[in-house]
Design a protein around this ligand. Sequence first.
Ligand SMILES: *Cc1c(COP(=O)(O)O)cnc(C)c1O
Ligand SMILES: [Zn+2]
Length: 573
Amino acid sequence: MPPIPSVIPMNMELECGACRHRQPFILPTPICEDCAHEWMDVRYDYPRIARVWIDLLRQRPHTMWRYRELLPLRDDDFQITMGEGGTALLRAHNLGMMLGMPNILIKDERQNPTNSFKDRQAALVISMMKEMGVTELVVASTGNVAISYSAYSAHAGIKLWTFLPGLVPPEKIREIAIYGSEVVKVTDTYDATKKIAAEFAAHKGILADRGIRDIGTRESMKSIALEVAEQLALEFGPPQPGIPWQSPDWYVQAVSGGMGPVGFWKGYEELYEMGFVDRMPKLALIQAEGCAPMVTSFKKGLTRAEPVTNPSTRVITIATGSPGPAYEVLYRIVEQNGGVFESVSDEETFRALHVLAKMEGLSVEPAAAAAFAGLFKLVNSGIIKRNEVVVVNCSGHTFPVEKFLLDNDWVKVIKTGSEPYAPDELSPATPAPRLSDNVLGALDQLDRRVRRIAIIEDNPDAARLLRRILQTQGQFQISEAHTGREGLELIGAEQPDVVLLDLMMPDMDGFALLDQLQIQGLLDDLSVIVITAKELSRVDRDRLQGQIQILLQKGSFTDEDLLEGIEALLGED
Ligand SMILES: *Cc1c(COP(=O)(O)O)cnc(C)c1O
Ligand SMILES: [Zn+2]
């Protein structure tokens, strides 16, 4: 899919969530210059966007990037899309009949590329990572973020380390592995997993995903609101002359970190500011009884959430015990605007899951079902009125990856020793390092990259492809140079085991580079694979003779050809 370019310059500013101070937009998201608050929001040129949007949107496809001018990517070239967003807004006829509610609308986020609404987050965050030049990333997740990030990272040529708590279902963990991400399973809670992932990232000097503290996550979730407002206007017509789009009475979502509702709210705030809607919706925030820090904290009137240290719910996707900064924002919204925090039992959730499948034909994951269980409860208790317009985020559905598709070594396990842990079908071929014995040693063992490979290639797409092929193997330390001269420096400095070399490059071409290496005596300990689009003449071939080991023609080699070639070369010494 071609990128959807912004028609106006991306004039963005950052605004502090505490003191409203404005400062220039930079990445990664900084703290407030004035008060050091962590929560910064992006502000855009709303009047200008409002003037051009209605006409513009008529011509654009229905993906998240339809709202390009309100998404904080500076350069269109880095836009990554797999068709995320633009999901259907379904009317729940049978459920509506059952509850006596004509206006239940289901935002079917299962329709995203990896079947959850995290694809919006992945599309924007990974695009922004690419814009920042990031090639490797660590993320902790209860499953869906890791799946989405894995898919988009594969697309973008980013190596991803995923850290997952022990209870994530094996089907989901396999889904992550199939994309070529590193999979690390921690036999502990999600909060403990996040800490270990952060330690690993710091120890290895790899960037860690900052979740809700990163602007990209919240801004991406905003697109749900923009779509819902536009879709409701098709359903019900504009609310009044001059106001084009619609607001529901309620937005219902199962929450863990709270990214979805925070983003949804910001979307409506911006639409309100632009004069596209005439009122704000209320938020209904649903958690699982066994892990409901936001619900219990709100009921106690606390402005900061009290964490739950021992989550006990089978709805793993939303088992976040320590909800972080979103709670404070959501607290304020619900306090000032109305809305509700509510919890549901696992039993209610699984009942809702069956009702939804059997009454509406929607097979959803438990976390999505929790939102519906919450809706039923709130309607029964009279908080949501039967004549109100309700949008429920049907947040996810998962496809299991069949076991036989993966080889033995696709999961690494860390034993923290603090949770009773019975071996299951995820018991790894390699023995689990014990975190309690030697933290850094255990983290080191996760990363077994011992071989160094240098890519010297001036075409960014070709370089990305090569890097991606190498990343899926797990054992290579990869570095890159984009000109012959840079390549020469790189080889001198890093002494790689293997060089992947392009022939046609500006400044110093591949032939000249090889000659230089020979003169400097650097060719002896080096294996060289030339990957070229050039039709080689007799003379060319003779020149390469004795300098290189393998020659691959661009566009006609597979990942296996390359990896087998490298294996063969590395096996020789
Ligand atoms: C992440 C997730 C949630 C919770 O989302 P937040 O807005 O981050 O709290 C709910 N359902 C599914 C399927 C999810 O993947
Ligand atoms: Zn501030």
